[in-house]
Unconditional design. Structure first.
Length: 403
């Protein structure tokens, strides 16, 4: 089987930014992650062995001087010491357990130092997705010339509609070539368009493809940063502690905060005026987009801040059509932008995209603790809470939420 991940920075930027913040703020934290397949996919026999083989291959993937030079040039907010850490970083397959049950369902878990295992999630999800299409033979039907034309059309429509957008599609892409094709099409469309009024291609979350196509790598944080802090210190103050830690590391840079790890209500209590002024904006990743935007607008207004000066990034499983509709709805209420994933990188005709995630489910603040604290992720979307049912209930009770 060919090696699927061949480049260290073939990963989302927010994994590197979070890794930096973890080392800076919680260097001894230990974590556990768990794979969830929302489609309850039955994988072919022997699939777990192939995943395990691909994870073993990651041990040979190291960062290059070219990748470091690119990140130094484009990611000014990352401190120099972090590149020394990455140059010495090596993946270890013993951090990961992979198995299949008798029905073919896949189980994957990570355990180890948070600063180490944090760099596995996106790569492993991309491996599972691409590997699945290879094993079932669907990859032979991918028409990349047609995919380029369709991606170019998506970019053209978004730009014409005034949308500011980025590719967020690494984790559930159909293949590396699919995402590469999309980013190339987007760049070509943006270059041809030049300075014509309208929207803007901001970049891609994939650092390697940003380097390859000379566009910006984009991203800030994922839910796991807040969820881990919630496990260590409780959900009530997790957002406050997370925003403080982020400020401590990045000093106001990377200022888009992902607020929905434990729901709007508890976040809103933690989102004081100083944080609202510090952070450039918020990211909507679950719930009804218009309802979430109204909450955000009302919150900013209650703090005496004009919401039209603030960015709101919409990233809740969007399509091109949905992003254009949101742009019309939001353009006079905030500065909307869009992070679009699976619709960009796994949209071949007749192909059913994966619906997989890997979530942090347990944490302890130091390796000397004899036990882990459970944690979970609470979504604004009904039925998409992630974690053990009893942990979800305990966290919801703690922050006085209703299911």
């Amino acid at each position: 089987m060919k090696q699927i991940i061949n480049h260290f920075t073939d990963d989302d930027l927010y994994k590197f930014s979070m890794c930096c913040a973890v080392i800076d703020n919680y260097p001894r934290a230990q974590v556990k992650y768990q794979f969830f397949d929302r489609n309850n996919t039955v994988y072919p026999p022997g699939f777990a062995d192939l995943v395990r083989e691909q994870i073993k291959m990651l041990e040979n993937v190291v960062i290059t001087d070219e990748e470091i030079a690119f990140m130094r040039a484009r990611c000014y907010y990352i401190p120099n010491w972090f590149y020394t850490y990455m140059k010495g970083f090596r993946y270890r397959s013993e951090w990961v357990s992979v198995s299949q049950d008798s029905e073919g369902h896949l189980s994957i878990g990570f355990e180890g130092n948070w600063s180490d295992t944090i760099l596995l999630e996106v790569k492993v999800l991309a491996i599972v997705s691409e590997l699945y299409y290879i094993v079932i033979g669907q990859d032979t039907k991918f028409d990349y010339d047609d995919y380029y034309r369709r991606a170019y059309d998506k970019a053209e429509r978004l730009l014409d509609a005034g949308c500011v957008f980025s590719d967020f599609g690494t984790r559930r892409r159909a293949s590396f070539q699919a995402e590469d094709t999309v980013v190339r099409a987007f760049r070509d469309c943006a270059v041809k368009r030049g300075h014509k009024p309208g929207g803007k291609l901001v970049g891609t979350s994939n650092v390697y493809l940003a380097m390859k196509h000379d566009i910006m790598p984009v991203g800030t944080m994922a839910h796991e940063f807040v969820c881990a802090i919630g496990g260590m210190f409780g959900p009530q103050m997790a957002n406050h502690l997370a925003m403080n830690a982020w400020r401590n590391t990045f000093r106001g840079a990377l200022g888009t905060y992902l607020y929905d790890s434990f729901g709007w209500n508890i976040f809103s209590l933690n989102f004081s005026e100083d944080f609202a002024n510090l952070f450039k904006g918020l990211r909507v990743d679950s719930g009804d987009n218009e309802e979430e935007l109204q909450r955000i607008v009302d919150k900013y207004k209650s703090l005496g801040i004009d919401p039209r000066t603030k960015q709101v990034v919409f990233s809740n499983g969007l399509t091109t059509d949905e992003a254009i509709d949101i742009q019309r709805m939001a353009k006079d209420r905030c500065q909307p932008s869009f992070g679009i994933g699976t619709h960009f990188t796994n949209d071949f005709p007749g192909v059913h995209p994966m619906n997989t995630v890997i979530k942090l489910v347990a944490v302890k603040i130091t390796e000397t603790w004899p036990f882990y604290n459970d944690t979970c992720k609470l979504s604004e979307d009904t039925g998409k809470h992630t974690g053990k049912p009893e942990v979800i209930r305990r966290f919801m009770d703690a922050i006085h939420m209703e299911e």
